[in-house]
Design a protein around this ligand. Structure first.
Ligand SMILES: [Zn+2]
Ligand SMILES: [Zn+2]
Length: 132
């Protein structure tokens, strides 16, 4: 037996099953007839509650946007602090390496002289600093 072919589906109003829904609630998506559709602030809702919820949602979205901006700013500050800390660590390592070089703890003067004399031309500025 052939199944009955459905006619073009008309979505009835959520509150009036015998009426055709012409629009939908902006918040809950209920199908609404022209009588049930109420306009608040230029948008269609089924009830004042749905209009209120939409307003609350907007306020929440606005809050989240603000929070997001605060987080981004904080992240920027953290990144900058991280950069500063890395630079300080780098300087400390350079200083420690320099003092170890200047002391006789690792290299003897003869070895240091040999290393400095064999440095490439582009590192000439280092020769003056590292000369034993
Ligand atoms: Zn609604
Ligand atoms: Zn209705």
């Amino acid at each position: 037996m052939a199944r009955p072919v459905k006619a073009h589906k008309i979505v009835p109003c959520f509150f009036h099953q015998d009426r055709e829904g012409t629009t939908r609630c902006f918040t809950c998506n209920k199908s609404l007839c022209s009588e049930c559709a109420k306009t608040y602030d230029g948008e269609v809702y089924c009830s004042p509650q749905c209009a209120e919820n939409a307003k609350k949602f907007d306020a929440r979205a606005e809050d989240l946007k603000e929070m997001d901006e605060v987080y981004k700013r904080r992240e920027l500050v953290n990144n900058f602090q991280g950069l500063i800390i890395n630079v300080i660590i780098f300087i400390v390592i350079c200083l420690v390496a320099f003092f170890l070089w200047k002391s006789e703890l690792i290299f003897s003067t003869a070895v240091k002289t040999n290393i400095v004399n064999n440095m490439p031309e582009w590192a000439g500025f280092l020769k003056d600093i590292l000369k034993p």
